[in-house]
Ligand binder design. Sequence first.
Ligand code: GLA
Length: 386
Amino acid sequence: MKTPRQLLDGFTARFGTAAKIYRAPGRVNLIGEHTDYNDGFVLPAAIEFYCWAVAAPRNDRKLVIHSENFHQTIETTLDSLTPLGRGHWANYPLGVAWALERTEIRLKGANIYIAGEIPLGAGLSSSAAIEVAVAFALLRESGHELGLAELAQLCQRAENEFVGARVGIMDQFVSCHGRASCALLLDCRSLEHRLVKLPDDIQLVICNTMVKHELASSEYNLRRAECEEGVRKLRTVFPEIRALRDVNLRQLEAQRRILAPKVFFTENERVKRAVAAFDAADLQALGPLMQDSHRSLRDDYDVSCDELDLITEIAVAQPGVIGARMTGGGFGGCTINLVESAAVNDFKRNVAAEYFSRTNRNPEIYVSSASEGVQQIDITQNPPAE
Ligand code: GLA
């Protein structure tokens, strides 16, 4: 990955002016999967993998956006923002411009140079990171400020309505609000949130199965529709409920026969117990919670895959592992492993070797601390480590 200075030079070589540098992180979710769009609780952490947006304002209403990853430049105007083809990378930056323009805010045109270091399609929220980085850059370059919660909601709206993925609020929210050394407990109904300090001597170790599931976004939208259908059915018995969040396990068990098994929903409770475990520094309690979470996503919710199951099984057998589970939307992608710092090197070596011997795939394994949310990077005053 290039340094911020090199990215800035890349911008200047292409657009011929000075610019500012912004970045927004990807995320892992420690627990609370597929709960955000059910109005539940999540516990993600921002990671030290970013989408960078180098930007300068223009005097007209044009947007000229270059993607370093896709070696492509697109040009359009803020007055005619429409999605490009399905799955086009530019739909994310264009989508946030579209969502911002639908508020009171009047944007300036901009030249933007985007470079992402978050693996694409790996369940680490490269989409939210590009949305948040570009939206933040567009706002700043137009001389506007917006609260971070509102920024996250606008980015979610871009993804829901412009890109066409019916994602919840988790990824955008933590890409805005992440803090170093902390996970973020978020109530996805009220958007109340608080930081949960992570122990100093553990690392977030992310195992990429290298499986990209072609059906991920259609299956995701289907799960969400099934949950909404479940709520409609449950409301015939419990008219006061608004989302699966409002149903307790006893009510759910009693009505199991009217629900598709996939909407059987137990994850919310585990988030609260995991937060209590972090608060009490009771790390032993986390392993079983993470394992139950994985099992439930595999068996009840059907969003795992063989490779995620296998790499989790290999991981939990390693010394120094506090807990392991799939993270993100599923159907491929990554697992999150909480690993004692001293055990990380052996963990990486052993997991990679065993996974390769059983699948013939070489996993990528990334180690990260919990990181800061979106920010502007000033390389003259505070040079980041290069
Ligand atoms: C994706 C979505 C999130 C969330 C997770 C599953 O990452 O973007 O909103 O639903 O899947 O927890």
